[in-house]
Write a protein that binds this ligand. Sequence first.
Ligand SMILES: Nc1nc2c(c(=O)[nH]1)N[C@H]1C(S)=C(S)[C@@H](COP(=O)(O)O)O[C@H]1N2
Ligand SMILES: [Mo]
Length: 197
Amino acid sequence: MSKTVTDLYEEFGGDRLPPGQRKTERFPVLSKSGTPSWDPQSWQFDVWGAVDEQLQFSYEEFKDLPAETQIQDFHCVTGWSKFDCEFTGVTFPTLAEMAGLDDDVVHVMFHALDGYTTNLSLEECMRDEVLFVYEYDGEPLPSDHGGPLRVVTPHKYAYKGAKWVEGVEFLTEAERGYWEKRGYSNTANPWNEERYS
Ligand SMILES: Nc1nc2c(c(=O)[nH]1)N[C@H]1C(S)=C(S)[C@@H](COP(=O)(O)O)O[C@H]1N2
Ligand SMILES: [Mo]
């Protein structure tokens, strides 16, 4: 059973298609530096920072966590949107609950295999639509789209969703990730066209 969350835009007002975006049927690939390779045997996902318990998962262990399938829209800051993507994975709140957050956590940094990082406030992460995704359309997530594991953030431009994510760090102060240091918006709300900072 999948859960359709494409009505999420209603929370931000306006139309399902954010201003300045055009709909595409394709699913383009956008990466700063190509697709990194990964070894299924040694791949490990880490949760660290201001938490009660640091967590580590192998790929198999991660796939054993409680998961859900959602139908989501995907908005790239360069101007294309893809509607109705079927993603399966673990919600951000599920992982946060497992780790147990310190009271002073306010921010989150996602770390990826290609050296990419991206940040969001804790509040913006603590929604069930923020998913750690390992299946797309019922198949293992293609490596170009971030397999084995990526984050999706349907309430934000897609650069907030790290492909090839290998860890999440809980922070007591805000920090900026790869694109956020290079002029893209820190907040990235598509319905406000928060593209640049
Ligand atoms: N690790 C990593 N994650 C990344 C990127 C990247 O270069 N490296 N690019 C971001 C950008 S700008 C976008 S639009 C989406 C693109 O996802 P897609 O290639 O699956 O369409 O991934 C985001 N996550
Ligand atoms: Mo992007």
